[in-house]
Design a protein around this ligand. Structure first.
Ligand code: AHM
Ligand code: MG
Length: 333
């Protein structure tokens, strides 16, 4: 039988020193919470978890019942373990302090509890994305929002869980990327994708093309380039867009490709949230040999100024991201 996530993490801690014990605990708890989310997702309509909750999040987006359930599961699972100081989520306005009845730890957990909300009700893959930082303020003081405003390059761990035809957890602590598939009969994540590497080139592009006319000329030029015929580069490329970032990212990580959510005339910074979506996936893609950019800068070099900040995202195979950056620079010159 293949190695369980728990055993893998223990071995990473013990033999390689790749992960401190507290961080290992934290990842185990996140994984456990995601098993519970996976269970709810799998029940679908029979679990009475589908549909809208009749509320909006801080960004004015309709919250689905499962968005809220997943958020609560992650908080309840993580607040008592003693490894965290505070949490922040796409679905909560402010930061969530670990209640003072529990010990305070040195880590901060950020998450998008259920990414791809628009696909929840239609049985299409969705996911959870998470990111871990070490707090800047000293343990003993209360953590504050500034602790969360760190560049992505400061992340100590990041990962996602995809609730797809099978449930998978993919994570990095800065020592490569590994993927684990949930074995439902024993309820364990088991190592299935060791040392994941994204091909340097790909033939898939993923973008909501309905927005293309309101994207910058550089982005339009790149998509036009993807559609041209050229045998040497295997063009035209294939357009694939699920509308769940985790699912589009996961496919492109394995097969090679680029996911793009650019700024538009209406939303200059695009849609995706830097701290809950872009940074964690950027950490993973770089660890797998790929790239993540906002079109000009490396995603993980952006200094966040607010908790729910958005940024354009170009992420995936190295050469594809570099080319779109080049076309954007040429159009801007
Ligand atoms: P969400 O976190 O509220 O679900 O929003 C993020 C999602 C991504 O998963 C997906 O790639 C994108 O929004 C789709 O947006 P659009 O429908 O504008 O293409
Ligand atoms: Mg999301």
């Amino acid at each position: 039988m293949s190695v369980s996530l728990s055993r893998y993490l223990v071995e990473q801690q013990r033999a390689k020193g790749n992960i401190p014990p507290e961080l290992r605990l934290l990842l185990e708890v996140v994984a456990r919470a995601c098993k519970s989310i996976s269970h709810s997702v799998n029940k679908g309509a029979l679990g009475e978890v589908l549909g809208s909750a009749g509320s909006e999040n801080v960004q004015g987006e309709i919250q689905k019942k499962l968005d809220i359930i997943a958020n609560e599961v992650l908080i309840e699972a993580n607040e008592w373990g003693g490894h965290l100081a505070a949490m922040a989520s796409e679905e909560m306005d402010g930061i969530y302090m670990v209640p003072n009845r529990y010990p305070q730890g040195e880590y901060l957990l950020l998450f998008d509890p259920l990414d791809g909300s628009s696909n929840i009700d239609v049985n299409v893959s969705i996911g959870t994305i998470f990111s871990v930082f070490r707090r800047k303020s000293s343990v003993g003081d209360l953590a504050n929002v500034n602790d969360f405003l760190q560049k992505g390059s400061e992340q100590v761990a990041a990962g996602y869980v995809i609730y797809g035809s099978s449930t998978m957890l993919v994570y990095t602590t800065g020592h490569g990327v590994n993927g684990f598939t949930l074995e439902p009969s024993i309820g364990e994540f088991c190592l299935s994708h060791e040392n994941m590497r994204i091909p340097e080139d790909g033939t898939i592009y993923s973008i909501n093309e309905g927005n293309l006319l309101s994207c910058s000329p550089g982005v339009q030029a790149y998509i036009q380039w993807c559609k041209e015929t050229d045998k040497a580069t295997q063009r035209p490329y294939s357009a694939r867009y699920i509308g769940s970032l985790v699912a589009d990212f996961h496919r492109n990580l394995i097969k090679g490709g680029i996911y793009i959510y650019p700024g538009t005339v209406k939303n200059q910074d695009g849609k995706l949230r830097l701290q809950y979506e872009s940074n964690p996936l950027a950490f993973i893609v770089e660890q797998a040999g790929g790239k993540a950019s906002d079109g000009v800068r490396r995603i993980m070099d952006i200094q966040p100024s607010s908790l729910h900040q958005r940024a354009p995202l170009f992420i995936g195979s190295k050469n594809m991201v570099e080319l779109v950056e080049r076309l954007i620079a040429e159009e801007n010159a």
